[in-house]
Design a protein around this ligand. Sequence first.
Ligand SMILES: O=C[C@H](O)COP(=O)(O)O
Length: 254
Amino acid sequence: MEMAGLPYIVGNWKMNGTRAMLNEARAIDRAAARFPKVQVAVAPPATLIYRTRDAAAIIGVGGQDCHAEESGAFTGDISAQMLKDAGADFTIVGHSERRTLHGESDADVKAKAEAALGAGLGVILCVGETESQRDAGEAETVVGAQLEGSCPRVDGAPEKLSVAYEPVWAIGTGRVPSVEDVAAMHKAIRAKLVALYGEGGADVRILYGGSVKADNAAELLAVPEVGGALVGGASLSAESFLAIVGAAASLDAD
Ligand SMILES: O=C[C@H](O)COP(=O)(O)O
């Protein structure tokens, strides 16, 4: 379900949610019908993908990670084909929590992104600098290198690819970069995507993620080259997530 051009608001539930969370998914799905100019999706834990797909008619449903191989002796892992089979439309890859806590390299992330595209999934590829990298003035260099190393190189890659810029220091902290810093980084990401993919790189959606809430969403989503948001904590209740979806819808109406 690719709807390039529309703001893309994606909830990453991380390791949160048992079946009771399906009520939130249903509420998000029902409300999404009121916002046809916003593409809405959630990435529940893998255990809930099938049920979320079953409970929701309109919104996209995605995984939070996948293995690069299709099948095999990889205890605890889930392949892109399995996500697709469970009803996923897309998967997140390269989230900083995977890069940091699971030691995933750019090469690992690239292989995962290519596997996901090969399985017919959309991909949200995450990049972002740490606080010390930003303080050292290295943020754009670090993010540029992450993109070089982890962007998928397969035919038609850009069509199903989104990039999420998530400064590590803004995730779950309540801190967000200034709109100027977001604008500068998204501009740099756009230039890198065009360098990597040519014309197709101009259409890749670039999401912002990191402490997006109802009260800052409109300001962040209005920044040039911000094509949506990857939302963690505020996506865990339909009410707070829908406030962000509503902010995206109002921008479109302006
Ligand atoms: O994938 C989502 C991000 O890590 C942002 O999380 P957060 O909205 O809780 O800061």
